[in-house]
Design a protein around this ligand. Structure first.
Ligand code: COA
Length: 363
């Protein structure tokens, strides 16, 4: 049996931090509302491009696995906030890290993009199409955020992480996946202002308006993720007690708690870092996975349940059996370029650009 197992991991978290109090300086909101409704206390605002974040996370993951860039056969970049549509983000990372033998593809299923990418790359490894793959989840949301809308601006942040996935004959790696989508309600999470629907309408690309039916998304997210978790556990003949750690999409602490309860799982065995970063869309699960390893929450041979939901409304779960190694083989000495501005200064720049545009969504 040819399995696909994670042998390398690395994150790139930009240092500039935007607190709830920072947001309250330009929006009618406060720390108490944001913390009690979402669990989020702060988020990162990136001074790097998405591809720069992806490349740094990739270098760190490759060093962790002790794998040379030219040994990669495939790069999958899960994102919905690409620097540019053509050429894609994965090719940008391929060039930056010198992965000259790797194919390069982007996957966009919004917040589940890393998870869909992981399942895709693992399937290619199992089929013998590739041996060594790099799966990245990253988002640069801050320049695309509508910073005048308190209903969404408080929820999101920037970040990136990457994992190396390699073929193995050992009984470890990705054991089961479930992918799903509630396409019939896709309009309840919609971002106007990105894509060709807006071309030639005098719309400045990236000047967004978010349609966001929070409570409806909340309900669907809980049902979809719980269903997906149950599905992968059944595929493996396992029950909730067999799960050593759940690493869920970090959109909202209350959503995580509801999924854990509905699935018969335990919050003691669930990794949560939404308070530090907010919703980083495709980056949340891989960043949480990296931090769970850094904090010693993943033991050799552990059963890890990943789950997420996002625009589409896509949802998924993946069950991994971790291998023997839970520490990096090496570290990279490549450093992040310094950040010259505070998070609030960067956001004030986006806000000023937004206020200057004065556009509205097409019918
Ligand atoms: N600060 C203060 N008040 C705010 C606010 C903010 N940042 N955002 C909204 N409000 C107000 C609303 O205007 C509303 O006021 P009203 O009652 O006078 O109309 C009130 O707070 C309640 O809003 P409501 O939507 O009922 O809150 P909620 O408990 O459902 O929480 C979300 C809102 C968005 C946090 C929650 O629905 C959620 O997390 N949904 C899922 C969203 C998500 O995860 N999306 C990511 C998909 S990948």
């Amino acid at each position: 049996m040819r399995n696909a197992t994670i042998t390398g991991w690395g994150k790139c978290m930009p240092p500039a931090t935007l607190t709830n109090d920072d947001i309250a300086t330009f929006l009618d909101t406060d720390d108490e509302w944001i913390t009690s409704r979402t669990g989020i206390r702060e988020r990162r605002i990136s001074h790097l491009s998405l591809e720069e974040m992806g490349a740094l996370a990739a270098h760190r993951a490759l060093a962790c696995a002790d794998l040379a860039p030219d040994a990669l056969d495939l790069i999958v970049f899960g994102t919905c906030s690409f620097d540019q549509q053509v050429p894609n983000s994965a090719s940008g990372v391929q060039k930056r890290i010198g992965a000259v033998n790797a194919g390069a593809m982007d996957v966009n299923t919004a917040c589940t993009s890393y998870l869909y990418g992981l399942t895709s790359a693992a399937a290619m490894i199992s089929q013998g199409v590739v041996n060594n793959a790099l799966v990245i989840g990253g988002e640069l949301i801050s320049p695309l955020m509508d910073w005048t809308d308190r209903g969404v601006a408080v929820l999101f942040g920037d970040g990136c992480a990457a994992t190396v996935l390699q073929a193995t004959d050992r009984n470890e790696g990705l054991r089961a996946s479930k992918l799903g989508c509630y396409g019939e309600v896709r309009e309840i999470l919609l971002v106007h202002g990105m894509g060709q629907r807006y071309a030639n309408r005098g719309w400045y690309n990236g000047d967004t308006q978010w349609v966001f039916e929070g409570q409806e998304i909340f309900k669907r997210a809980v049902v979809g993720m719980s269903q997906a978790c149950q599905d992968v556990l059944e595929q493996c003949g396992m029950g909730p007690d067999d799960v050593d750690l759940v690493v869920p999409h970090q959109a909202n602490l209350r959503i995580i708690e509801a999924v854990i309860k509905r699935s018969g799982l335990s919050m003691d065995r669930c990794f949560v870092n939404v308070q530090r970063y907010g919703n980083m869309s495709a980056a949340t699960v891989p960043v949480a996975l990296v931090e769970a390893l850094e904090e010693g929450r993943i033991k050799p041979g552990a059963n890890i349940l990943l789950t997420g939901f996002g625009g589409g409304l896509t949802w998924s779960a993946q069950l991994l059996r971790w291998g023997e190694r839970v520490t990096p083989l090496h570290e990279t000495h490549i450093e992040m370029p310094p950040c010259e501005q505070t998070a609030l200064q960067m956001v004030e720049g986006y806000l000023a650009a937004k206020r200057g545009s004065g556009e509205s969504a097409p019918e």
